[in-house]
Design a protein around this ligand. Structure first.
Ligand code: GBH
Length: 486
C-alpha cells in the first residue's frame, strides 16, 4: 500500500508530466499494490535556497550591442584554434534579448534564486573611466524582472570576461587591474544594492589564473613563468579584497559580500579519522593561494616554502585588504580530490585518480558525489564559516533531442540525485549551507569547449534559440517543490 505522502507525490509527478507533452506516458500509473514506495523523502531545511547559475559571456551574446566594449574572451574566441569549432560567445543564448523568456523558465522551475554575472566591459567599456549607462541598464532590467518573478538575484561581479582594454595594459599581471576592478565592483554594487543583497566578487580565481595565464587554455591564452603566475594570482586575491572594501563603501548597509571559488574539494580516501584529518590539512594547503589567504589574511608557510624564490611579492597592506572579512563563502563543487594521511612533513598526500574513474561528458568532470558533503563540511570547520552556498554544481551530458522532442538526460539526473544526497547529509549535520545553484539553467558557451559540452537543464537549439526543459529540469522542479530529494 502506498502511504499518503507517496500517493500525493505520484499525483504531483503525474500533474507535472501532464504539463509536459515532451514526456508522453512517462508516468503511466502503475497498479498501487505493485509499487514499492521510495524511501522517505530527504527534506532540506525550510527556506533552503534552490537556485541556478549562469555567467555573462556564456549566455548573453549581444557582444557589440549598446556600447559594450570587447573583453578578452571576444578576442580569444575569435582567434583560430582557441575554442572547439571556432565557437564564440557573439550570440550564445542571446539571453541579452531573451532574458524575459529565461526568467519565465526560472519561474516555471520554481527557482528561489538566480546567480548571474555582470559583464565588466558592458558597464565600463574600457575597464575604467566613464561608465556606459546602457550596460548597467541591462542588469537593472534583469534584476527587476527577477524580483517581479519572486526570484532573489545573486550577483557575481567577475566571471572571467576582463575588458580587453585592461589586458592591453597588462591584465591581471598588473596591480592596476585590481584597483580598476574595485572601482567597477563598487560602482555596480552602488547601483544594484537597493535590490541585490548578495554580491560575489570573483568567480573561480583558480580557473582564470591557472588556465588563462598558466597553461594558455583560456583567455588571454598566456603561459607565464611560475613566478609571474604567482604574481597574477596575488593580484586576483588582491582584487577580491579591494573589491570587498569598495562594495562595503558603496553599497547599502546590510549588503552581503562573498565570492565563488572552485576550491580543491578535499575528500578523505577512507572515512577514518587519520584520512579525515589529512583532508582538513589539505583543504588549507591546496587552497593556500586562494581561499586560505582570503580567510586568514596570510599565505601559509608551506605555500611560501613550496613557491620558494617564485613566491609572490606583497605588502602587509595587501594581506590586510585580501583578508577583509566576508559574509559568506560560495563553493563551486564538481569533482572530488582524494586525500590520504601521509608521514610526509605536510601530513597529507593527494591521491591521483585512476584512468577508469567515472566522469561525465567533459573528461575532467570526475563524478564523486561525496565532494558535496566533505567540501562544505571541512571548509566550514577549518575557517569557522557561518554561511555557505554551493555556487555551482552540475554536469555535462551528451544530450540529444528525441523525435518526440524530449531530452532524457538520465545521467545528469543520476549525478544530481547523488550529489544532492550528499549535500543533504551535510546540511542535516548542521553544516551551514544555505543554498545551492545548479550549473546551469541553459546550455551555453562552455569556454574553450565551445557549444560542444552542454551543462544546461534546458536544452538550447542554438540555431533557433528554442529552449526545451530536459528530464533534469523536471527532476529539479520536483526537488524544489518538495524542498526534498524526489
Ligand atoms: C565552472 O568551472 C565555471 O565557473 C563555469 O563557467 C563553467 O561553465 C562550469 O564550471 C562548467 O565547466 O579542460 O582539462 O583544461 C569549473 C572548473 C576549471 C573545470 C577548468 C574545467 C578545465 C579542465 N573548471 N577546467 S581542462
Amino acid at each position: 500500500m502506498l502511504n499518503r505522502l507517496t500517493r500525493r507525490s505520484f499525483a504531483r509527478l503525474a500533474a507535472a508530466a501532464a504539463l509536459t507533452p515532451a514526456l508522453p506516458n512517462a508516468l503511466a500509473a502503475p497498479r498501487e499494490e505493485n509499487v514499492s514506495p521510495a524511501s522517505p523523502l530527504l527534506s532540506f531545511p525550510r527556506g533552503f535556497l534552490w537556485g541556478s547559475a549562469t555567467a555573462s559571456y556564456q549566455v548573453e551574446g549581444a557582444a557589440k550591442e549598446d556600447g559594450r566594449g570587447p573583453s578578452i574572451w571576444d578576442t580569444f574566441s575569435h582567434l583560430r584554434g582557441n575554442t572547439k569549432n571556432g565557437d564564440t560567445g557573439d550570440v550564445a543564448d542571446d539571453h541579452y534579448h531573451l532574458y524575459k523568456t529565461d526568467i519565465a523558465l526560472m519561474k516555471d522551475l520554481g527557482l528561489k534564486t538566480y546567480r548571474f554575472s555582470t559583464s565588466w566591459s558592458r558597464v565600463f567599456p574600457n575597464g575604467t573611466g566613464t561608465p556606459n549607462p546602457k550596460g548597467l541598464d541591462f542588469y537593472n532590467r534583469l534584476v527587476d524582472g527577477l524580483l517581479a518573478a519572486g526570484i532573489q538575484p545573486y550577483c557575481t561581479l567577475f566571471h572571467w570576461d576582463l575588458p580587453q582594454a585592461l589586458q592591453d595594459q597588462g591584465g591581471w599581471q598588473s596591480r592596476d587591474t585590481a584597483h580598476a576592478y574595485a572601482n567597477y565592483a563598487g560602482y555596480v554594487a552602488q547601483h544594484l544594492s537597493d535590490r541585490v543583497q548578495h554580491f560575489m566578487t570573483l568567480n573561480e580565481m583558480r580557473s582564470f589564473v591557472d588556465l588563462g595565464y598558466g597553461n594558455g587554455m583560456h583567455a588571454p591564452g598566456l603561459r607565464l613563468s611560475r613566478a609571474d603566475l604567482n604574481q597574477v594570482r596575488h593580484h586576483a586575491v588582491l582584487a577580491h579584497g579591494l573589491g570587498v572594501q569598495a562594495i562595503r563603501a558603496n553599497a547599502r548597509p546590510g549588503t552581503k559580500v562573498g565570492l565563488a571559488e572552485n576550491i580543491t574539494c578535499t575528500v578523505p580516501v577512507i572515512e577514518t579519522p587519520e584520512h579525515v584529518r589529512a583532508a582538513h590539512i589539505a583543504m588549507r594547503e591546496e587552497n593556500a593561494g586562494y581561499l586560505t589567504v582570503i580567510m586568514e589574511g596570510k599565505y601559509t608557510d608551506l605555500y611560501l616554502a613550496r613557491q620558494g624564490a617564485d613566491a609572490p611579492k606583497f605588502t602587509p597592506e595587501d594581506l590586510k585588504a585580501i583578508g577583509s572579512p566576508i559574509d559568506f563563502v560560495g563553493i563551486n563543487c564538481y569533482t572530488p580530490e582524494y586525500v590520504r594521511a601521509s608521514s610526509a612533513p605536510a601530513g597529507y598526500a593527494m591521491v591521483p585518480a585512476p584512468e577508469s574513474f567515472p566522469h561525465m561528458l567533459s573528461p575532467w568532470l570526475r563524478t564523486g558525489p561525496e565532494a558535496l558533503y566533505w567540501a562544505p563540511k571541512i571548509a566550514a570547520s577549518v575557517w569557522n564559516i557561518k554561511e555557505i552556498y554551493i555556487t555551482e554544481n552540475g554536469a555535462s551530458s551528451s544530450d540529444t533531442l528525441t523525435p518526440d522532442g524530449a531530452v532524457y538526460d538520465t545521467d545528469r539526473v543520476m549525478y544530481l540525485r547523488n550529489y544532492l544526497t550528499q549535500l543533504h547529509r551535510a546540511v542535516s549535520e548542521g553544516v551551514p549551507v544555505r543554498g545551492y545553484f545548479l550549473w546551469s539553467l541553459l546550455d551555453n558557451f562552455e569556454w574553450a569547449d565551445g557549444y560542444a559540452y552542454r551543462f544546461g537543464i534546458h536544452y538550447v537549439d542554438f540555431a533557433t534559440q528554442k529552449r526545451t526543459p530536459k528530464l533534469s529540469a523536471h527532476f529539479y522542479r520536483q526537488v524544489i517543490a518538495r524542498n526534498a530529494l524526489a
